[in-house]
Design a protein around this ligand. Structure first.
Ligand SMILES: Cc1cc2nc3c(=O)[nH]c(=O)nc-3n(C[C@H](O)[C@H](O)[C@H](O)COP(=O)(O)O)c2cc1C
Length: 169
């Protein structure tokens, strides 16, 4: 297989343990930029981002999820939001956010960083907004935890295409 895109898709794993090595601002901006280059309905780009590196803010965010240990261990977080003012169709805007988050994960992979999509925290999204001093006009879609991976021993599996293909006409 020669496609670097396909390689990244297959090679990417959720990384939940990180070293203490710093991620630079340039790397974080590149990752957000990759997110922004995801497709969105009508190209409305409804996403907004918060980059979190501050230890005190990170700790407060960690307390909002069962996966707080991952948040604490991560070197940086990217909170991905939808701006309700920019939305035009709930389903399509949420799909766009998903595409954006996947681009973020793949960009982290391309930069040899590790990342994991954290969704469980959404049950406390209003509290996360309070911590980040954002109004409820911003709807949290996910927090991506990022860092240099401690190891790359993660395993994952998927069902076979044949199990999932409903029909081929
Ligand atoms: C919508 C969504 C929410 C997720 N929430 C969490 C989470 O809260 N905590 C976590 O550790 N992983 C979370 N994950 C990561 C999944 O557990 C992971 O992608 C899945 O097990 C497949 O593993 P892989 O990413 O290594 O292929 C989430 C993934 C998605 C797409």
């Amino acid at each position: 297989m020669t496609s670097s895109v396909l390689n990244a898709i297959y090679k990417r794993r959720s990384i939940r343990e990180f070293t203490e090595k710093e991620i630079s601002s340039e790397q974080l901006y590149e990752i957000v930029k990759a997110g922004i280059w995801a497709p969105s309905g009508l190209n409305n780009q409804p996403w907004r981002f918060v980059i979190i590196k501050d230890l005190d803010v990170k700790e407060q965010v960690a307390q909002q999820t069962h996966y707080g240990h991952i948040v604490r261990d991560a070197n940086a977080l990217i909170a991905v939001y939808l701006s309700k003012d920019e939305m035009y169709d709930t389903v399509k805007d949420i799909q766009s956010a998903g595409a954006c988050i996947q681009n973020i994960l793949l960009a982290a992979e391309a930069l040899e960083l590790g990342a994991v999509w954290l969704g469980q925290i959404l049950k406390n999204k209003s509290d996360v907004n309070k911590i980040l001093e954002l109004s409820d006009n911003f709807d949290l879609m996910a927090i991506v935890a990022l860092g240099y991976p401690s190891h790359r021993n993660q395993k994952s599996k998927r069902k076979e295409v044949s199990e999932l293909l409903l029909k081929e006409t």
